[in-house]
Design a protein around this ligand. Structure first.
Ligand code: PRP
Length: 219
């Protein structure tokens, strides 16, 4: 979601401790309980953990149950918006007790700052025809709503039977009602910038199991 203010001068991340990792894995037997990967513990740009892996998984189980009830008897098509949503959709799909199908779409907004610019373009289209399908669009975060507005317009033109939006995170200032977002995992404060669980800075941190505040270089 965020792009780095500068690629220059960043310290190399410390290597993941093999012993620490295997100890976490061995005692819990559950990746969701691993609170932090060690490389981020040594990264000054990664701050307070806002949502632990457990927090996220508990909420996903709730949303999954809601979607299971709402789409009973149907085969919804989960549309994952690459790249940020790839972690969320992997967990959410497994929390839905229905024969869901998956497809992937990628969009890009022009610009290089930490704020979204005004133009969205399609980078990778869906493989499937969504006409007559019950589509659930999966986002990791709704920030300005620009991406979602574009995708809704684009997908609705293909005549799905229904189109619902499910986002893990919504920024407080995002107009969830007018954007018609059906399912929201968590709402975050406007001043918070997050990394982890699919959200990146300069393509890094997506593999963190939790969501942490990103300490912006200029803050
Ligand atoms: C992020 C996120 C949303 C979009 C939300 O994608 O995944 O798609 O921004 O921002 P908006 O509401 O202001 O439009 P990004 O462009 O960072 O790409 P990524 O998913 O590949 O990280």
């Amino acid at each position: 979601r965020l792009r780095p203010m500068s690629e220059a001068g960043g310290a190399s991340p410390a290597p993941v401790s093999a012993s620490g990792w295997s100890r976490s894995w061995g005692t819990s037997g559950n990746l969701a309980r691993v609170r932090r990967m060690s490389f981020a513990d040594h990264d000054p740009d990664v701050g307070e953990v806002l949502l632990t892996a457990d927090d996220i998984q508990k909420r996903i189980v709730e949303i999954g149950a809601e979607l299971t009830a709402a789409y009973e008897g149907r085969i919804p098509l989960l549309v994952c918006v690459l790249k940020g949503s790839y972690v969320f959709v992997a967990d959410l799909a497994r929390a839905i007790d229905l024969p869901v199908e998956l497809d992937f779409i990628a969009v890009s907004s022009y610009g290089s700052s930490t704020r979204t610019s005004g133009v969205v373009r399609l980078v990778k289209d869906l493989d499937s025809d969504i006409a007559g399908r019950d589509v659930i669009l999966i986002e990791d975060i709704v920030d300005s709503g620009l991406t979602l507005r574009y995708l809704r317009r684009n997908l609705e033109a293909r005549n799905p039977a229904s189109l619902t939006v499910c986002t893990l995170i919504a920024r407080a200032s995002a107009d969830i009602e007018s954007l018609d977002v059906g399912y929201v995992g968590f709402t975050i404060a406007d001043e918070d910038w997050l990394v982890g669980y699919g959200l990146d800075v300069g393509q890094r941190y997506r593999n963190l199991g939790y969501l942490a505040k990103y300490v912006k270089p200029d803050s």
